[in-house]
Design a binder for this molecule. Sequence first.
Ligand code: AMP
Length: 281
Amino acid sequence: MQVFKYVHKLQQIITEQRQSGKTIGFVPTMGALHAGHLALIRAALQQCDYVVCSIFVNPTQFNDATDLEKYPRTVAADFQKLYAVECHAIFLPEVDEIYPEPAPILPPLEFGQLTQVLEGAHRAGHFAGVVQVVHRLLDIVRPDYLYMGQKDYQQQAIIGAMLTQLSSTIQLITAPTVREKDGLAMSSRNTRLTAQQRQLAPLLHQVLSGVKTDITQQSIEHVERAAQQQLTDAGFVVDYLSVVDGTTLQAIEVFEDAKSVVVVVAASLGDIRLIDNLIIS
Ligand code: AMP
């Protein structure tokens, strides 16, 4: 496993790989790796000849300074996990390697409502930071395949839209959410839950599963309200729980089986904000 801190060294190796006909897979992460991240790496290893995993806690996507400061950093354990799955390369840059002065200019991109709703409405500037860092990382790695998790549903939708706008040849592969046995979606933030919060947290997935069942029998508005209430009663502070179109992420009022429909949720336990989603159809 090769470890890179600098863009030019990484690019040198990737160029060599590409020149010898190898395909490049890329898995961007913020570290504190868990089985969800490793599933993405494994998918990449199955499909590509050379797999790069980046670990970079991107400051520009945090709208809350405390959240950035408290974000778990477990580089030694991350290395062990990547070594165990036989990932080929780790890219571990410092901030000024990703954001050199003068800052690389982003091409004009237009996402319309996609970046405004849900997480966009609750985390000002978050997606501008995500688009900035993913664009920069893709410009460095220039992979054939990019792997992202369904766990961050809106994020992968926005990056998909970015690749389309750029007429990029990079293929986005979205992998299913990996969950704990009790249904809680794996997340680096889960490590910060207290024992009591950790016991409550699987309710998020249970409630989403309930929405998936109920939506065929009751109005969306009713189902959403009941689900929000269930979470609130249990002690969550709910930012949103919405049934949305899986492509536009706009709220839908009437359920139609034939359309892409997803239920998305963001809710906090204490100061830990959790997100999850479930594809309904
Ligand atoms: P993060 O380190 O949280 O920025 O996540 C890096 C990548 O891993 C993103 O594409 C996430 O969507 C994905 N990811 C995070 N948690 C999971 C999970 N439980 N299952 C599948 N993918 C995940």
